[in-house]
Design a protein around this ligand. Sequence first.
Ligand SMILES: [Zn+2]
Ligand SMILES: [Zn+2]
Length: 258
Amino acid sequence: MLVDSHCHLNYEGLAERQAEVLENARSRGVTAMLNISTRESEWDDIVSTAERESDVWASIGIHPHEADAHPDIDTAKLLARADHPRVIGIGETGLDYYYDHSDRTRQQTSFRAHIAAARETGLPLIVHTRDAEEDTAAILADEMEKGAFPALIHCFTASAGFAAKVLDMGLYVSISGIVTFKNARELQDVTKDLPVDRLLVETDAPFLAPVPHRGKTGEPAFVADTAQFLAKLRGEEYMQFCEVTSSNFYTLFSKAAP
Ligand SMILES: [Zn+2]
Ligand SMILES: [Zn+2]
């Protein structure tokens, strides 16, 4: 049992060979995948894939890069789509100050609208954060005070200090193939110490193919390589590690039936 907690099956490189991509994942023991929304125009497709494939789940949300392109996104719009039985998460949302593809204030407004939807539905918030640790932690803390909500930092690459802050707020952390990269020494050190009961694994496919697939189009099957690397890094047994991280996925995304 192994779960890819974050992938983009509708993106170029995967969409045109989706059947093969799903088969590859299943043959490496991947029993569930969470297909993540980044734009409103994807929502229908993401939901219909999840309706068709029993091991693919859907999220509803707007990526921080897309905040400018969705000025009218609000909590009601998210809630209307999150009601579907195959939609198990809200996002991806958050802050990306590395690319700054959208205005920072717009990113923050969108982030808070997603948080309200997560709080209202009880569905986990899928948080993307890059070069924005301080504001991400501040908004999460501020919103937690208004009422708790389940959440996850996806593609975690941040500092030990940020990890401590979000773990303290009850968040989960998902590790991508970046951890397998040669230059990821610092991330490896932080990841080694993360509590095993808050850990998830993801590909963020088609991006970030892990070692030994670097340079290729990422796909959910490669979550097995990242999980193998992580188990070794942390001195845990591979099957045991897969079982615990999958069970964490179902604890957090409790709307998904195992
Ligand atoms: Zn992301
Ligand atoms: Zn993503």
